[in-house]
Design a protein around this ligand. Structure first.
Ligand code: NAP
Length: 259
């Protein structure tokens, strides 16, 4: 299927690895010129070089922390006018509800709620003026089914989800769609870090921790960044213009719900 977005331009935040990289690669494969971002320059530049070589699109890299004003300003300055925004950042650490301080909550809100909102506020007016735009926020299955040890993530992402629910309806008349893509367990560094915690806690091997978690997913495996990226690219396509304000799970059936 031709997604109809060749020649468009996109920012993919937090995209040197994992799900963000999956989205960057899938958009580049469709001929979208991209701006990639991450804090670490080495992995970012290596990922960008690989994409340039494979897909022949223009790839601009901006190393910096997207959860800071300076990081966002640098990305926005490098990108200029864009058609597609993929919001992403690292997830908050796991922990116990009784231990988190106000500062812990502020950090999580900054990273996973206020940063994507700031990027939307910066870029959606330009999309509306052109009459076309796509925003995809990478959130989490925890929005639909809470993961108790990720309470900081549950809280911040619920806030973003509420913002998107209303705002997406306000901008849709101008041809701009905003949707959230909710990953379940995917084979990335983030998943490995969480599995590492289980290894320590339960005294089992990494393979056992992975097998244990995979067994809880109806698909009986972890998702891949490539299939997540392909779903993101479809949401950014011409064909997805009637999908507005939705929360789309990519979780192998892990969330056990009818709707
Ligand atoms: P990952 O494999 O750890 O990759 C994270 C990427 O984001 C890296 O490129 C990292 O590069 C970059 N990054 C992290 N913090 C950043 C920041 N402050 N500014 C700019 N770049 C930043 O993570 P992932 O698995 O792809 O997860 C992506 C998001 O999905 C996270 O919010 C995570 O909580 C959520 N999620 C993941 C899963 C899963 O199973 N993988 C499930 C549910 C939700 P640098 O470190 O160099 O900055």
């Amino acid at each position: 299927m031709d997604l109809g977005i060749t020649g468009k331009s996109a920012i993919i935040c937090a995209s040197s690895k994992g799900l963000g990289l999956g989205c960057a690669r899938a958009l580049a494969a469709e001929g979208v010129n991209i701006v990639m971002n991450a804090r670490g320059a080495d992995a970012l530049n290596a990922a960008a070089e690989d994409i340039r070589a494979q897909f022949g699109v223009t790839v601009t890299t901006v190393a910096g922390d997207i959860t800071t004003q300076a990081g966002r300003d640098a990305v926005l300055a490098a990108a200029g006018d864009v058609d597609i925004l993929v919001n992403n950042a690292g997830g908050p650490p796991p922990g116990m509800w009784s231990d988190w301080s106000r500062d812990d909550f502020i950090a999580a809100l900054d990273a996973n709620m206020l940063t994507p909102i700031a990027m939307i506020q910066a870029l959606v007016p330009g999309m509306m003026a052109k009459g076309w735009g796509r925003v995809v926020n990478i959130t989490s299955q925890s929005v639909k089914s809470p993961i108790a040890i990720l309470g900081l993530s549950n809280s911040a992402r619920a806030g973003l989800t509420g913002f998107v629910a209303g705002t997406s309806r306000q901008v849709a008349p101008e041809g701009v769609t905003i949707n959230n893509l909710l990953p379940g367990i995917h084979a990335t560094d983030r998943a490995a870090a969480l599995d590492g915690g289980v290894v320590k806690e339960q005294g089992i091997t990494m393979e056992q921790a992975r097998a244990q978690r995979a067994a809880t997913i109806p698909a009986r495996r972890y998702g891949t960044a490539a299939e997540f990226g392909a779903t993101c690219a479809f949401l950014c396509s011409q064909h997805a213009g009637f999908i507005v304000g939705q929360n789309i799970l990519a979780d192998g059936g892990a969330v056990n719900a009818t709707l």
